[in-house]
Design a protein around this ligand. Sequence first.
Ligand code: BGC
Length: 736
Amino acid sequence: MRSWLCCAAWLAACSTQAMAQVGNVPLSAGDADKRAAATERAMTNDERVTLLNGILAMPYGDTKVPEGVPFGAGYIPGIARLNIPALTETDASLGVSYIGGMRGDGATALPSGLAMGSTWSPQLMREGGALIAGEAHAKGFNVLLAGGINLVRDPRGGRAFEYLGEDPLHSGLLGGAAVAGIQSRNVISKIKHFVLTPTEIGRQFHNGIINEGALRMSDLLAFEIAIEEGQPGSIMCAYNKVNGAQACGNDPLLNGVLKKDWGYKGWVMSDWGSVRATDFALKGLDQQSGSQLDAAVHFGKPLLDAANQDKRYRDKVSDMSRRILRSIYAVGIDQNPPRKAPIDFTAGAAVAQEIAEKGMVLLKNQNNVLPLAASAKKILVIGGYADAGVLSGAGSSQVQGEGGPVVSLPTMAEGPFAPIMAQNYHRSSPLQAIRARAPQAEVTFRDGRYPAEAAIAAKNADLVIVFATQWMSEGLDVPDLSLPTGQDEVVAAVAKANPNTVVVLQTGGPVAMPWQGDVAAILEAWYPGARGGEGIAAVLFGDVNPSGRLPVTFPASVAQLPRPGLPGAETIEPNFQGYGKPGQTLDIDYNIEGADVGYRWFARKGAKPLYPFGYGLSYTSFERSGLAVTGGKTPSASFTLRNTGARDGADIGQVYLVETPLGKTRRLVGFSRIDLKPGEARRVEVAIDPRVLADWTSKGWKIAGGTYRFALGASADDLIEEAQVQLTERTWNYAK
Ligand code: BGC
């Protein structure tokens, strides 16, 4: 029995000595439940409501951030009498965010979400999460607003770079692993944004319309899996509406799916500025966050008054505060409070570089132009501020490294959010890293301002490396899949002038690449984080063998998307907060693709993308074979991966469901990232989650009886070998 159980009166009464015996080991789920219930019983309604209302923890309007509280996204006071710690919150999907430099310190910038997603590695996600949590803890934070796992339903969505991909199993497993890494350091992680938030335009009011089955089988499934894998202490509800109700006041989703069906025991926090009324509490929201950004404080005094008068509210307020306490105890943030300490930027950079290298995707490598030959004498580097650093995405997730950005270009002239909307570059120059690896070569740089000038310079080089960028930001979608500021023209002109043109992309998400057929090689480096320049050079020169695989489909054009025109683009003025004009509405019909997000939509339509989901090249070659699938209640697949080339390399085995008794389909059902030496072969087994085989029906999940066909893939579009299994009909739901 844990030491706190011996305390006569549970909570405050736990002696310091007893606490010390617990150390930083969090409580088991059952113990956390009991302790939360006991603490909550001892609280007054005033105290309960204190836990349910947070502020934006930075100077904003009249806000006074209490002394000693670190500037960050949020703050909720603790209750000293009951040893309940204050909650100090920071954004942290890609590292501890810098909130426009307000805090005056930096942190390790990890690569973007899609870069992490391209690793297909839960292990790396866990390491990345633990690293962020360690830095957050050392800066005074105990709650991380991390875990962006919305599915990339539209590659133009401004936050695509923060998310992990377009497949629910992949996003769920990777997102859950990141949460587990964070919480292993006694820091609470949440996952966000619950749910259906693929685009930013009109983000405070746009209304996603989708039928229940499609939602359960796609975006909700990603959350469901991530919750099971990572047990996040909190969930952040989204800004937008889903089927007519604001996501943060959405009774069917919050009380119904999340809390009742899935039995989620943590708390639901609002996104910043997404609460419209006190009755959101009855609809399943547990905490109002950043309340200065809402029209009113709905969860402070109004909630207290309601709780003092109305039993429904009184019961709810008990449940809401118990949920927060439960996460505090289950993760152990009270046992191991944040302690200010210096950041080990060297250790952080190593993790960031490893993720960047393992997440870069080699898209094209004609005649094995990569890895770069040591013999090149004249290398020309063009564009992308490659002489200075690597690009970062903007918005609340923006992280700034030691010393701040090396280049910072304003994108918004004024307003409180201007600093977090800057186009920033981390201090990791690809040009310098290339020079360091090619001491014998003359390496020159042109900024790529004019296509004609770049082409003239390209003619005189042995090899040209063009750095092309697509900046993306929270609050702003991109209108199409082009590279901005004329970069497509620059690449085209350079490719015409020199056949040895290598393009390094730093993009938030997929881009169209009209010049794709004319260049020799393309490396997708995403936003590669604190040591991105070094990572890019390591891959270009072959110190690292590329192993990333696309977690999103690269369409050939927007015409292939479910919604070729971006909804709202013509009627709504893009702006960071996205409130729109009074009364403005925007319905977005997601029933067009339903659960067939990304590659599934392309398979349904028989459309050929530019680069498919799961795709990526290597400097070695692999053979994938021997697919076998077993059925029953816990189905699984096994296959053999062999490195048939001459270099060490990692492959990602991918198994897809291609047909059920109901018809053809395409669903990723299992994957595994495996390192292989030349000539080495490994037999790999992956469990298959029955939910990915099933469809959601009025009775819950249903596996239709009959034949299920599976395929082993080098990507969702390159299916090599098939196996089939008979499954018996099965229906299950969440009824207790
Ligand atoms: C974003 C959230 C973020 C919050 C706090 C909002 O604008 O949507 O992802 O966690 O701000 O910074």
